[in-house]
Ligand binder design. Structure first.
Ligand SMILES: NC(=O)c1ccc[n+]([C@@H]2O[C@H](COP(=O)([O-])OP(=O)(O)OC[C@H]3O[C@@H](n4cnc5c(N)ncnc54)[C@H](OP(=O)(O)O)[C@@H]3O)[C@@H](O)[C@H]2O)c1
Length: 334
């Protein structure tokens, strides 16, 4: 099969940063399914794990949509021919290839109302937003959450775009950050009640909308830059979820202690990395997201698309993602 592999230690703007190579098509065993890839979605993680100088060439790509080509002997959730989507496993070869092996327990059935490219936009950010809100912040989507407020830092990003929609479905008041007219419009379109400009004083803007303190914060962009602001605007006994590893150390004292603030980490790859007992929860989340998409309760966040899946387009996609200016999701169709 063909795969596109990033080469060790070669900068993105240099020739041969990535190459198309011929590899053996892998065989599905145990809980693995072999998926014929039809489209992939791009995420910042793709750019963060390009191989360094001492590493081996690497097939990247996490978000994918495709069709089941073969199944392992322990597979019970899928059969050959099923259309699927998933965010994969950080420790295994990725989706920038003709075929990929993935554990069935982290795979969902594709939304029926979306094509492969639109489906590939969803898994990684949906899982991250879902796990952040419902598994880490312990927001109960079935409870009456009116009167509860959530600040989403990075509202127009891939994760924020899904986070806004899931939080609105749960009945929260959502305030999202966005710093440009088009990212602000995108957040409002997805249902954010308010948008604050991250380049201006967030505490002042929250006071101006009469929500000086929020019950929850989902920091979907940068941990250390917002640490002081989060301590200031989180309500007493509030809860913060973080998804981006901090640079330097964080001081959990001061307002964090005075207000008895809870801080949780979310890593979308934890369940697959440790094969946790509840690994199949990701299958359930992806199926639920597909149902919500098909029922028109949430919108697909795809916003830009390239085709076909070539070295040139993958390099272009990595460059776009690294700019930090993406709105919604970027996909590549095979
Ligand atoms: N832990 C996990 O499991 C997990 C999962 C997914 C992603 N992540 C990480 O989470 C981060 C966001 O991922 P993503 O896919 O949502 O990214 P993304 O789509 O690339 O985010 C782009 C958006 O971020 C906003 N932004 C840029 N700089 C910002 C800043 N300093 N503060 C607040 N917003 C800023 C921009 O909007 P404006 O410029 O208009 O404000 C832009 O629309 C990445 O670092 C990614 O690696 C972690």
């Amino acid at each position: 099969m063909k795969a596109i592999q990033f080469q060790p230690g070669i900068a993105l703007d240099q020739p041969n940063a990535a190459l198309e190579v011929e590899l053996p098509t892998p065989t599905a065993e145990g809980h693995d399914i072999l998926v014929r890839i039809e489209a992939v979605g791009l995420n910042p993680v793709d750019t963060k794990v390009r191989p360094g100088a001492d590493a081996e060439p690497k097939t990247l790509g996490y978000d994918a949509a495709g069709t089941v080509e073969a199944i392992g002997d322990a597979v019970t959730l899928f059969k050959v021919g099923d259309p699927v989507y998933y965010a994969g496993d950080i420790t295994r070869p990725g989706s920038n290839a003709d075929y990929q092996l993935v554990d069935e327990r982290i795979v969902g059935r594709r939304p029926t109302k979306l094509d492969a490219a639109a489906s590939a936009a969803l898994p990684l950010t949906s899982l991250t937003a879902w796990e952040s809100l419902f598994d880490r912040l312990h927001i109960d989507p079935a409870a009456d959450n009116s009167g509860k407020s959530l600040l989403i830092i990075g509202g127009a990003g891939g994760v924020g775009s899904m986070g806004i929609q899931l939080a609105k479905l749960a009945g929260l008041t959502v305030i999202a950050t966005a710093s440009r007219p088009d990212s602000k419009a995108w957040c409002l379109e997805l249902g954010a009640d308010h948008v604050v400009n991250r380049r201006e004083s967030i505490p002042d803007q929250l006071k101006a909308i009469d929500i000086p303190q929020v019950n929850y914060i989902a920091n979907f962009n940068n941990t250390e830059n917002y640490w002081g602001i989060m301590g200031e605007v989180i309500a007493p006994q509030g809860h913060i979820v973080l998804i981006v590893e901090q640079v330097g150390t964080l001081d959990l004292g001061g307002p964090y202690k005075l207000k008895s603030v809870s801080v949780s980490w979310e890593l979308m790859f934890t369940r697959s990395l440790f094969t946790t007992a509840d690994i199949q929860h990701q299958h359930d989340i992806l199926n639920r997201v597909a149902e919500l998409i098909d029922a028109g309760k949430i919108k697909c966040t795809a916003n830009d698309s390239l085709s076909p899946l070539t070295v040139e387009n993958i390099i272009k996609a990595h460059t776009l993602i690294e700019s930090g200016r993406s709105i919604g999701k970027l996909t590549i169709t095979k």
